[in-house]
Design a protein around this ligand. Structure first.
Ligand code: SAH
Length: 312
């Protein structure tokens, strides 16, 4: 398996975030290995600062290493926290408005490659998948304790896996014999549960994705977060979001459309009473996707979609 830590859609993300056009504070909500963050700082004005957030302690450590010089120069502050708490974090830091926000959602290549974290069906490891290892519930907990119906709903809801029911039934049968504890055990069970198919993606991809989303509550509150975060952008500042599966992309798309609307009254109401104002302008009519060459170099880019909006 080829691995790369190349930041996904780097040029495109910088084009839309446009850090060269302003000073002030930029926020990288998912600092990961620090790739996008380093480029934001390289392009932004000398007095611009970056707040680098990640919920994963190991990611903060890696980003800190990558951005050692910038941290020493006082240009970057790191925060191990869930970015969904960004508005609260900005309040605490007494930052009223920011010059741009980037979120590169999902799992990093650092996380995928670390077999102890249990994110990948390519490597044997404990069935964990927690981005924040201080939190309680692991993927093994879900697989071994949820009722069959809840497990099947979870897999279907978070991955649109058409064989969710069969997979859940097989998981429940297998765990009655012995608890499912390892990534490769889960992979084999899923392979067995599904009829053979000649698809481009591995049969376990969707089940792993669904469990990871559930363990980390990745979609919870994402739309409301976009709304609250847009309020903290300076006029003209941009929010750029990279998503990696259709559910996430749909959420981002709808949240951006909501920001752009001037009225959210029920359709047949004669006069507007909602008081909604247009908060942002969408910059990407359609999502921006990586070129073939990037996908060939970087498997993480395969399903990436970028959307951007600008604060009015
Ligand atoms: N842009 C980064 C890679 C980011 S990968 C780079 O250039 O290197 C996605 C990162 O987002 C992972 O490190 C993951 O831990 C983090 N993450 C995912 N959901 C998060 C959340 N809700 N809050 C904070 N960090 C999150």
């Amino acid at each position: 398996m080829t691995t790369t830590h190349e930041p996904v859609l780097l040029e495109e993300a910088m084009h839309y975030l446009a850090p060269g056009e302003r000073d002030g504070v930029f926020v990288d909500c998912t600092v990961g290995g620090g790739g996008h963050a380093a480029e934001i700082l390289r392009r932004a004005g000398a007095s611009a600062k970056l707040l680098g957030i990640d919920v994963d302690k190991a990611a903060i450590k890696a980003a800190r290493k990558a951005l050692k010089k910038e941290e020493k120069a006082g240009r970057v502050t790191f925060l191990q926290r869930n970015f969904k708490e960004l508005p609260e974090a900005l309040d605490e830091l007494k930052i009223e408005r920011v010059s741009g926000v980037l979120a590169d959602l999902g799992v990093s290549s650092l996380q995928l490659e670390d077999q102890k974290r249990g994110f990948s069906f390519m490597r044997d490891g404990p069935l964990d998948m927690r981005m924040n290892q201080a939190l309680g519930t692991t993927a093994a907990d879900l697989v071994n304790t949820l009722h069959e119906r809840a497990l099947s709903d979870l897999i279907f809801e978070f991955s649109e896996e058409p064989f969710a029911r069969r997979i859940a039934r097989t998981l429940v049968e297998e765990r009655a014999k012995k608890p499912i504890k390892r990534t490769l055990e889960l992979r084999q069970i899923v392979e067995r549960a599904k009829p053979p198919q000649g698809g481009a993606i591995h049969p376990a991809t969707k089940t792993f994705q669904a469990l990871r989303i559930a363990v980390n509550r990745e979609l919870d509150g994402l739309a409301a977060w976009i709304d609250k975060t847009a309020e903290r952008l300076s006029p003209g500042a941009r929010m750029v979001i990279l998503s990696f599966h259709s559910l996430e992309d749909r959420l981002v798309k709808h949240a951006f459309q909501y920001l752009e609307r001037t009225c959210v009254c029920p359709p047949r109401q004669p006069q507007c009473e909602c008081g909604k104002v247009r908060a942002a302008k969408i910059l990407t009519k359609r999502p921006v996707e990586p070129r073939e060459a990037e996908i060939a170099r970087n498997p993480r880019a395969r399903s990436a979609k970028l959307r951007a909006c600008e604060r009015i």
